[in-house]
Design a protein around this ligand. Sequence first.
Ligand SMILES: Nc1ncnc2c1ncn2[C@@H]1O[C@H](COP(=O)(O)OP(=O)(O)O)[C@@H](O)[C@H]1O
Ligand SMILES: [Mg+2]
Length: 239
Amino acid sequence: MIAFVNADLDIRKKPIFRNLNFTIQPGELVYIVGRSGSGKTTLLKSLYMEIKPVKGEVIVNGFSSRKIRKGKIAVLRRKLGIVFQDFRLLEDRNVYDNLAFVLKVTGTKHSLIKEKVMTALKEVGLEQAAKEMPQNLSGGEQQRVVIARALVGDPVAIIADEPTGNLDPETSIEILEYLKKINAKGISVIIGTHDYDLVRHHPSRTLMIKDMNLVECTIEPAPSGTCWHPVPKQAAVAS
Ligand SMILES: Nc1ncnc2c1ncn2[C@@H]1O[C@H](COP(=O)(O)OP(=O)(O)O)[C@@H](O)[C@H]1O
Ligand SMILES: [Mg+2]
C-alpha cells in the first residue's frame, strides 16, 4: 500500500534521504524513529505528497508521486487521516463541528454527517464532549479529537507526526492505545516519533533513520539502563 522505490528526498536541495526502498503493508502499525532533524516529518510529508522525491518514487494507495496530478493529491489526502503534534483544531467551533467540517468540505451527504461524527467520537471515547470547545479540553482529549477528525473520512491510513509530542508520558501511552485500537480495525498507522519509551510500551515494526536511510530496529535498554534507544535489527542479532 505504501512503497518507496529508489527514492531520494531533499529539503531545499539539502539531501535528507537517499535511495529509500521499503514497503508498508495495509494494516501495519509502523514507527518512524530518529533524532530531531533526522527527517521524520520529511518522510511523513512525502506520504501525503507535500514533498515529492527528487529521484525514484513513492506509491501510496495506488498513486505514484511521479504521475499524480494536483487534483488527485486532494483525493489521496482524503484517504489519509493526518495527525499533528500541535492539534490544529479550529478554536471557533465545538468538537462536533470540527469533525463535521471535514465531511462538509468533502461533500458528504448531510444525512450521514451526524452518524459519522458521533461514530468517530465514540471511537476515542469522547461522544460526551461533542459540544465542548476544543480549548476547554485537556491536551490528551484534544489529541483524541484530532484522531477522531482523522478517522471521520474513513481513511486507509493514519499518519501521525509526533502525536504525543505535547503530552505527558501516561497520556502518550493512552493515545497509542487509541491508535492501536484503530489499527486493529485494519487501518494502517504510521507514527513519526522520537519517544522511544512510547515505542517500548507499545512495540511494533520500527524503522530508524540512519545515514539518510531507514533501517529496521528494535528498542532496547540503553547501557545505563535508564532509557531506551533503537538498535538496528542485524546488530541486535549479532550481539
Ligand atoms: N523549512 C525548512 N527549511 C530548511 N530546512 C529544513 C526545513 N524543514 C526541515 N529542514 C531540514 O530538513 C531536515 C529534516 O527535518 P525534519 O524532517 O523536520 O526532521 P524531524 O521531523 O526528524 O525533526 C532538518 O535537519 C532540517 O535541516
Ligand atoms: Mg518532525
